[in-house]
Design a protein around this ligand. Structure first.
Ligand SMILES: [Zn+2]
Length: 387
Protein backbone atom coordinates (compact mmCIF):
# COMPACT_ATOMS: atom_id res chain seq x y z
CA UNK A 1 0.00 0.00 0.00
CA UNK A 2 1.59 3.28 -1.00
CA UNK A 3 1.39 6.45 1.08
CA UNK A 4 2.40 4.46 4.13
CA UNK A 5 5.55 4.33 6.25
CA UNK A 6 6.98 1.31 8.02
CA UNK A 7 7.17 1.72 11.79
CA UNK A 8 8.12 -1.78 12.92
CA UNK A 9 8.57 -5.41 11.88
CA UNK A 10 7.33 -8.29 14.03
CA UNK A 11 8.25 -11.84 13.00
CA UNK A 12 8.68 -10.76 9.39
CA UNK A 13 5.38 -8.83 9.36
CA UNK A 14 5.85 -5.18 8.40
CA UNK A 15 3.67 -2.78 10.36
CA UNK A 16 2.93 0.38 8.39
CA UNK A 17 1.07 3.60 9.08
CA UNK A 18 -0.91 5.20 6.28
CA UNK A 19 -0.16 8.91 6.11
CA UNK A 20 -3.88 9.78 6.37
CA UNK A 21 -3.61 8.31 9.88
CA UNK A 22 -2.04 11.65 10.91
CA UNK A 23 -5.46 13.24 10.27
CA UNK A 24 -6.94 11.36 13.18
CA UNK A 25 -4.19 12.67 15.48
CA UNK A 26 -5.09 16.21 14.40
CA UNK A 27 -8.74 15.39 15.08
CA UNK A 28 -7.80 14.09 18.55
CA UNK A 29 -5.85 17.24 19.37
CA UNK A 30 -8.79 19.36 18.21
CA UNK A 31 -11.45 17.26 19.95
CA UNK A 32 -9.80 17.14 23.39
CA UNK A 33 -7.94 20.46 23.23
CA UNK A 34 -10.40 22.86 21.59
CA UNK A 35 -13.88 21.32 21.10
CA UNK A 36 -14.02 20.28 24.79
CA UNK A 37 -11.75 23.03 25.96
CA UNK A 38 -8.88 21.16 27.58
CA UNK A 39 -6.09 23.37 26.26
CA UNK A 40 -2.62 21.87 25.92
CA UNK A 41 -3.19 19.15 28.55
CA UNK A 42 -6.35 18.14 26.65
CA UNK A 43 -4.46 17.92 23.36
CA UNK A 44 -1.72 15.76 24.92
CA UNK A 45 -4.37 13.56 26.54
CA UNK A 46 -6.35 13.13 23.29
CA UNK A 47 -3.31 12.33 21.16
CA UNK A 48 -1.97 9.89 23.79
CA UNK A 49 -5.34 8.14 24.03
CA UNK A 50 -5.64 7.75 20.24
CA UNK A 51 -2.05 6.51 19.90
CA UNK A 52 -2.72 3.92 22.63
CA UNK A 53 -6.04 2.88 21.03
CA UNK A 54 -4.21 2.26 17.75
CA UNK A 55 -1.50 0.35 19.61
CA UNK A 56 -4.35 -1.93 20.74
CA UNK A 57 -5.53 -2.16 17.10
CA UNK A 58 -2.00 -3.28 16.16
CA UNK A 59 -2.12 -5.98 18.88
CA UNK A 60 -5.54 -7.06 17.50
CA UNK A 61 -4.15 -7.39 13.96
CA UNK A 62 -0.99 -9.10 15.24
CA UNK A 63 -3.14 -11.69 17.03
CA UNK A 64 -4.84 -12.52 13.69
CA UNK A 65 -1.54 -12.45 11.82
CA UNK A 66 0.63 -14.52 14.16
CA UNK A 67 -2.03 -17.21 14.42
CA UNK A 68 -2.42 -17.13 10.62
CA UNK A 69 1.35 -17.60 10.26
CA UNK A 70 1.24 -20.59 12.58
CA UNK A 71 -1.41 -22.10 10.24
CA UNK A 72 0.89 -21.58 7.27
CA UNK A 73 -0.83 -18.49 5.83
CA UNK A 74 1.61 -15.85 4.56
CA UNK A 75 1.01 -12.40 6.05
CA UNK A 76 2.54 -9.58 4.08
CA UNK A 77 1.91 -6.79 6.50
CA UNK A 78 -0.36 -4.75 8.70
CA UNK A 79 -1.40 -1.23 7.70
CA UNK A 80 -2.97 1.26 10.09
CA UNK A 81 -5.62 3.45 8.50
CA UNK A 82 -7.74 6.11 10.22
CA UNK A 83 -10.65 3.63 10.22
CA UNK A 84 -8.63 0.84 11.84
CA UNK A 85 -6.10 -1.80 10.95
CA UNK A 86 -5.86 -4.14 7.97
CA UNK A 87 -3.75 -7.31 7.89
CA UNK A 88 -2.85 -8.35 4.33
CA UNK A 89 -2.98 -12.13 4.15
CA UNK A 90 -2.33 -14.21 1.05
CA UNK A 91 -5.07 -16.73 1.72
CA UNK A 92 -7.70 -17.90 4.17
CA UNK A 93 -6.97 -21.08 6.13
CA UNK A 94 -9.12 -23.75 4.55
CA UNK A 95 -9.91 -25.62 7.76
CA UNK A 96 -12.92 -23.95 9.41
CA UNK A 97 -11.52 -24.48 12.93
CA UNK A 98 -8.38 -22.55 11.95
CA UNK A 99 -10.37 -19.68 10.45
CA UNK A 100 -12.56 -19.62 13.56
CA UNK A 101 -9.55 -19.34 15.89
CA UNK A 102 -7.85 -16.81 13.66
CA UNK A 103 -10.89 -14.54 13.40
CA UNK A 104 -11.71 -14.76 17.09
CA UNK A 105 -8.11 -14.03 18.19
CA UNK A 106 -8.34 -10.30 17.42
CA UNK A 107 -11.47 -9.46 19.46
CA UNK A 108 -10.28 -11.84 22.20
CA UNK A 109 -7.11 -9.76 22.60
CA UNK A 110 -9.22 -6.59 22.96
CA UNK A 111 -11.41 -8.19 25.64
CA UNK A 112 -8.32 -9.40 27.53
CA UNK A 113 -6.74 -5.93 27.28
CA UNK A 114 -9.90 -4.24 28.59
CA UNK A 115 -10.00 -6.59 31.59
CA UNK A 116 -6.32 -5.95 32.40
CA UNK A 117 -6.76 -2.17 32.02
CA UNK A 118 -9.84 -2.07 34.27
CA UNK A 119 -8.11 -4.11 36.98
CA UNK A 120 -5.11 -1.79 36.71
CA UNK A 121 -7.34 1.31 36.98
CA UNK A 122 -9.07 -0.15 40.06
CA UNK A 123 -5.74 -0.99 41.70
CA UNK A 124 -4.30 2.48 41.06
CA UNK A 125 -7.60 4.09 42.17
CA UNK A 126 -7.68 2.13 45.45
CA UNK A 127 -4.05 2.96 46.17
CA UNK A 128 -4.89 6.65 45.68
CA UNK A 129 -7.69 6.29 48.26
CA UNK A 130 -10.59 6.57 45.78
CA UNK A 131 -13.74 4.47 46.38
CA UNK A 132 -13.65 1.51 43.95
CA UNK A 133 -16.65 -0.53 45.10
CA UNK A 134 -19.20 -0.26 42.25
CA UNK A 135 -18.85 -0.25 38.45
CA UNK A 136 -20.04 3.37 38.56
CA UNK A 137 -17.04 4.26 40.73
CA UNK A 138 -14.70 2.87 38.08
CA UNK A 139 -16.51 4.15 34.98
CA UNK A 140 -16.88 7.54 36.66
CA UNK A 141 -13.11 7.96 36.31
CA UNK A 142 -13.50 8.44 32.55
CA UNK A 143 -13.81 11.94 31.16
CA UNK A 144 -11.15 13.62 33.28
CA UNK A 145 -7.74 14.31 31.76
CA UNK A 146 -5.58 12.17 34.07
CA UNK A 147 -3.84 8.78 33.86
CA UNK A 148 -6.72 6.96 35.62
CA UNK A 149 -9.20 8.33 33.11
CA UNK A 150 -6.82 7.25 30.34
CA UNK A 151 -6.81 3.65 31.61
CA UNK A 152 -10.61 3.51 31.85
CA UNK A 153 -11.23 5.13 28.46
CA UNK A 154 -8.69 2.79 26.85
CA UNK A 155 -10.47 -0.18 28.44
CA UNK A 156 -13.84 1.05 27.09
CA UNK A 157 -12.30 1.57 23.64
CA UNK A 158 -11.15 -2.05 23.69
CA UNK A 159 -14.65 -3.26 24.59
CA UNK A 160 -16.01 -1.19 21.67
CA UNK A 161 -13.36 -2.61 19.30
CA UNK A 162 -14.25 -6.17 20.30
CA UNK A 163 -18.01 -5.56 19.97
CA UNK A 164 -17.72 -3.81 16.58
CA UNK A 165 -15.47 -6.51 15.16
CA UNK A 166 -17.68 -9.33 16.41
CA UNK A 167 -20.73 -8.09 14.47
CA UNK A 168 -21.59 -11.14 12.31
CA UNK A 169 -21.00 -9.34 9.00
CA UNK A 170 -18.16 -9.53 6.49
CA UNK A 171 -15.60 -8.00 6.32
CA UNK A 172 -15.61 -7.90 10.14
CA UNK A 173 -14.15 -10.73 12.21
CA UNK A 174 -17.66 -11.75 13.30
CA UNK A 175 -18.50 -12.53 9.65
CA UNK A 176 -15.53 -14.89 9.48
CA UNK A 177 -16.47 -16.50 12.79
CA UNK A 178 -20.01 -17.05 11.48
CA UNK A 179 -18.74 -18.51 8.17
CA UNK A 180 -16.30 -20.81 10.01
CA UNK A 181 -19.02 -22.07 12.37
CA UNK A 182 -21.37 -22.73 9.43
CA UNK A 183 -18.54 -24.37 7.47
CA UNK A 184 -18.13 -26.95 10.24
CA UNK A 185 -21.40 -28.45 9.00
CA UNK A 186 -21.90 -27.03 5.45
CA UNK A 187 -19.79 -26.78 2.30
CA UNK A 188 -17.45 -23.78 2.44
CA UNK A 189 -19.11 -21.94 -0.44
CA UNK A 190 -22.61 -22.32 0.99
CA UNK A 191 -21.35 -21.22 4.42
CA UNK A 192 -19.89 -18.12 2.77
CA UNK A 193 -23.13 -17.35 0.92
CA UNK A 194 -25.15 -17.51 4.15
CA UNK A 195 -22.61 -15.39 6.04
CA UNK A 196 -22.62 -12.85 3.19
CA UNK A 197 -26.43 -12.69 3.25
CA UNK A 198 -26.53 -12.22 7.04
CA UNK A 199 -23.87 -9.49 6.80
CA UNK A 200 -25.69 -7.66 4.02
CA UNK A 201 -29.00 -7.93 5.88
CA UNK A 202 -27.41 -6.39 8.97
CA UNK A 203 -25.77 -3.70 6.84
CA UNK A 204 -29.18 -2.80 5.33
CA UNK A 205 -30.78 -2.56 8.77
CA UNK A 206 -27.89 -0.45 10.07
CA UNK A 207 -28.05 1.80 7.00
CA UNK A 208 -31.82 2.32 7.36
CA UNK A 209 -31.50 3.02 11.06
CA UNK A 210 -28.66 5.47 10.43
CA UNK A 211 -30.71 7.13 7.68
CA UNK A 212 -33.75 7.69 9.91
CA UNK A 213 -31.51 8.85 12.75
CA UNK A 214 -29.85 11.28 10.34
CA UNK A 215 -26.49 9.69 11.20
CA UNK A 216 -24.38 9.87 8.05
CA UNK A 217 -21.46 8.00 9.63
CA UNK A 218 -23.65 4.94 10.30
CA UNK A 219 -24.90 5.00 6.70
CA UNK A 220 -21.29 5.12 5.46
CA UNK A 221 -20.30 2.20 7.70
CA UNK A 222 -23.34 0.25 6.42
CA UNK A 223 -22.30 0.85 2.79
CA UNK A 224 -18.73 -0.22 3.62
CA UNK A 225 -19.97 -3.41 5.30
CA UNK A 226 -22.41 -4.21 2.46
CA UNK A 227 -19.73 -3.85 -0.22
CA UNK A 228 -17.16 -5.73 1.87
CA UNK A 229 -19.56 -8.67 2.21
CA UNK A 230 -20.29 -8.60 -1.53
CA UNK A 231 -16.58 -8.65 -2.32
CA UNK A 232 -15.92 -11.56 0.04
CA UNK A 233 -18.75 -13.55 -1.58
CA UNK A 234 -17.43 -12.89 -5.10
CA UNK A 235 -13.89 -13.72 -4.10
CA UNK A 236 -14.89 -17.09 -2.64
CA UNK A 237 -17.01 -17.88 -5.72
CA UNK A 238 -14.05 -17.14 -8.02
CA UNK A 239 -11.58 -19.06 -5.86
CA UNK A 240 -13.81 -22.11 -5.61
CA UNK A 241 -14.67 -22.11 -9.33
CA UNK A 242 -10.99 -21.88 -10.27
CA UNK A 243 -10.04 -24.56 -7.74
CA UNK A 244 -7.56 -27.07 -9.14
CA UNK A 245 -6.94 -25.05 -12.31
CA UNK A 246 -3.32 -24.27 -13.16
CA UNK A 247 -1.70 -21.90 -15.62
CA UNK A 248 -0.80 -24.75 -17.99
CA UNK A 249 -4.48 -25.72 -18.33
CA UNK A 250 -5.40 -22.54 -20.21
CA UNK A 251 -2.13 -21.39 -21.79
CA UNK A 252 -2.38 -20.96 -25.51
CA UNK A 253 -0.12 -23.54 -27.11
CA UNK A 254 1.29 -21.54 -29.99
CA UNK A 255 1.34 -17.81 -29.18
CA UNK A 256 2.57 -15.42 -31.84
CA UNK A 257 6.09 -14.44 -30.90
CA UNK A 258 8.05 -11.35 -31.92
CA UNK A 259 11.79 -10.78 -32.26
CA UNK A 260 13.39 -7.70 -30.68
CA UNK A 261 13.93 -6.14 -34.12
CA UNK A 262 10.35 -6.69 -35.32
CA UNK A 263 9.01 -3.21 -36.10
CA UNK A 264 5.96 -1.62 -34.51
CA UNK A 265 4.33 -1.57 -37.94
CA UNK A 266 4.82 -5.34 -38.38
CA UNK A 267 3.48 -5.97 -34.87
CA UNK A 268 0.39 -3.89 -35.69
CA UNK A 269 -0.21 -6.00 -38.82
CA UNK A 270 -0.32 -9.11 -36.61
CA UNK A 271 -2.95 -7.85 -34.15
CA UNK A 272 -6.10 -8.21 -36.29
CA UNK A 273 -5.34 -11.89 -36.85
CA UNK A 274 -6.50 -13.22 -33.54
CA UNK A 275 -7.40 -12.74 -29.92
CA UNK A 276 -3.82 -12.23 -28.90
CA UNK A 277 -3.18 -8.68 -27.80
CA UNK A 278 0.07 -9.15 -25.88
CA UNK A 279 3.20 -10.47 -27.55
CA UNK A 280 6.21 -12.14 -26.02
CA UNK A 281 9.45 -10.84 -27.49
CA UNK A 282 11.98 -13.67 -27.66
CA UNK A 283 15.70 -13.48 -28.23
CA UNK A 284 17.50 -16.81 -28.73
CA UNK A 285 14.66 -18.64 -27.00
CA UNK A 286 14.71 -16.40 -23.92
CA UNK A 287 11.98 -13.92 -23.06
CA UNK A 288 13.45 -10.45 -23.59
CA UNK A 289 10.26 -8.49 -22.94
CA UNK A 290 6.52 -8.21 -23.45
CA UNK A 291 4.82 -5.94 -25.98
CA UNK A 292 1.34 -5.13 -24.69
CA UNK A 293 -1.40 -3.63 -26.85
CA UNK A 294 -1.22 -0.39 -24.87
CA UNK A 295 2.57 -0.35 -25.32
CA UNK A 296 2.19 -0.94 -29.06
CA UNK A 297 -0.45 1.79 -29.53
CA UNK A 298 1.45 4.31 -27.45
CA UNK A 299 4.66 3.46 -29.36
CA UNK A 300 2.87 4.05 -32.67
CA UNK A 301 1.53 7.41 -31.48
CA UNK A 302 4.91 8.67 -30.34
CA UNK A 303 7.33 7.00 -32.72
CA UNK A 304 7.92 5.91 -36.28
CA UNK A 305 6.32 2.57 -37.34
CA UNK A 306 9.84 1.38 -38.26
CA UNK A 307 10.91 1.52 -34.58
CA UNK A 308 11.89 -1.96 -33.30
CA UNK A 309 9.56 -3.34 -30.61
CA UNK A 310 12.44 -3.65 -28.16
CA UNK A 311 12.34 0.13 -27.79
CA UNK A 312 8.83 0.07 -26.30
CA UNK A 313 8.40 -3.43 -24.82
CA UNK A 314 8.08 -3.99 -21.06
CA UNK A 315 11.24 -5.54 -19.68
CA UNK A 316 9.82 -5.82 -16.16
CA UNK A 317 6.99 -8.30 -15.70
CA UNK A 318 5.90 -10.88 -13.15
CA UNK A 319 6.72 -14.54 -13.84
CA UNK A 320 5.20 -17.80 -12.64
CA UNK A 321 5.65 -21.53 -13.16
CA UNK A 322 3.18 -23.54 -15.31
CA UNK A 323 1.80 -25.31 -12.22
CA UNK A 324 0.87 -22.03 -10.47
CA UNK A 325 -2.85 -22.07 -9.66
CA UNK A 326 -5.09 -19.64 -11.50
CA UNK A 327 -6.57 -18.47 -8.20
CA UNK A 328 -3.12 -17.51 -6.86
CA UNK A 329 -2.07 -15.91 -10.17
CA UNK A 330 -5.26 -13.85 -10.33
CA UNK A 331 -4.72 -12.55 -6.81
CA UNK A 332 -1.06 -11.81 -7.54
CA UNK A 333 -1.93 -9.87 -10.70
CA UNK A 334 -4.76 -7.86 -9.14
CA UNK A 335 -2.68 -6.91 -6.12
CA UNK A 336 0.42 -6.09 -8.15
CA UNK A 337 -1.54 -4.09 -10.74
CA UNK A 338 -0.38 -6.42 -13.57
CA UNK A 339 -2.55 -7.56 -16.47
CA UNK A 340 -0.16 -10.16 -17.88
CA UNK A 341 2.24 -12.67 -16.38
CA UNK A 342 5.00 -14.65 -18.16
CA UNK A 343 4.94 -18.40 -17.57
CA UNK A 344 8.48 -19.76 -17.31
CA UNK A 345 9.36 -23.44 -16.87
CA UNK A 346 12.92 -24.07 -15.66
CA UNK A 347 14.22 -20.97 -17.39
CA UNK A 348 12.31 -21.72 -20.61
CA UNK A 349 9.54 -19.36 -21.77
CA UNK A 350 6.22 -21.22 -22.09
CA UNK A 351 3.59 -18.57 -22.69
CA UNK A 352 1.79 -15.44 -21.52
CA UNK A 353 -1.26 -15.49 -19.31
CA UNK A 354 -3.55 -12.48 -18.90
CA UNK A 355 -6.24 -11.52 -16.40
CA UNK A 356 -8.67 -11.71 -19.33
CA UNK A 357 -7.64 -15.36 -19.94
CA UNK A 358 -8.39 -16.16 -16.30
CA UNK A 359 -11.71 -14.28 -16.50
CA UNK A 360 -12.68 -16.30 -19.57
CA UNK A 361 -11.72 -19.55 -17.84
CA UNK A 362 -13.85 -18.50 -14.85
CA UNK A 363 -16.91 -17.87 -17.06
CA UNK A 364 -16.51 -21.17 -18.90
CA UNK A 365 -16.06 -23.07 -15.65
CA UNK A 366 -19.00 -21.39 -13.90
CA UNK A 367 -21.23 -22.45 -16.78
CA UNK A 368 -19.96 -26.04 -16.98
CA UNK A 369 -19.53 -26.65 -13.26
CA UNK A 370 -23.04 -25.35 -12.72
CA UNK A 371 -24.33 -27.85 -15.26
CA UNK A 372 -22.46 -30.80 -13.72
CA UNK A 373 -22.48 -30.02 -10.02
CA UNK A 374 -19.75 -32.61 -9.54
CA UNK A 375 -16.41 -30.88 -9.78
CA UNK A 376 -14.74 -33.30 -12.14
CA UNK A 377 -11.06 -33.71 -11.22
CA UNK A 378 -8.69 -31.81 -13.47
CA UNK A 379 -5.57 -33.47 -14.80
CA UNK A 380 -2.10 -32.42 -13.67
CA UNK A 381 0.41 -30.46 -15.69
CA UNK A 382 3.47 -32.69 -15.54
CA UNK A 383 3.59 -32.96 -19.34
CA UNK A 384 5.64 -30.18 -20.97
CA UNK A 385 3.37 -27.81 -22.88
CA UNK A 386 4.91 -28.33 -26.31
CA UNK A 387 5.31 -32.14 -26.28
ZN1 LIG B 1 -9.95 -8.28 13.38
Amino acid sequence: MSWSIKIATVKGIDIRIHLTFLLILLWAAFNWGIARPGGWPGMVYGVTLIVLVFACVVLHELAHSLLAQSFGVRVRGITLLPIGGVAQMESVPQRPVQELLMAAAGPAINLALSAVLLVLAMAVGSLSGLPMRTPQDVLGLAGALGPLSLLVELALANVALAAFNLAPAFPMDGGRVLRAVLALALPYEMATQIAVAVGQGLALLLGLWGFFQGDLLLVLIAVFVYLGAEQEGNEVRVQSTLRGMQACHILSRDPLVLAPDTTLGQALDLTPHGHQIDFPVLQTGQLAGILTREGLLQGLRERDPATPVQAVMHTEYPTAVPTATLAALRRQMIEGGWRVVAIIDQGRFVGLLTLADIGEAFMMLSATRHAHADNAPIGGCERPIDS
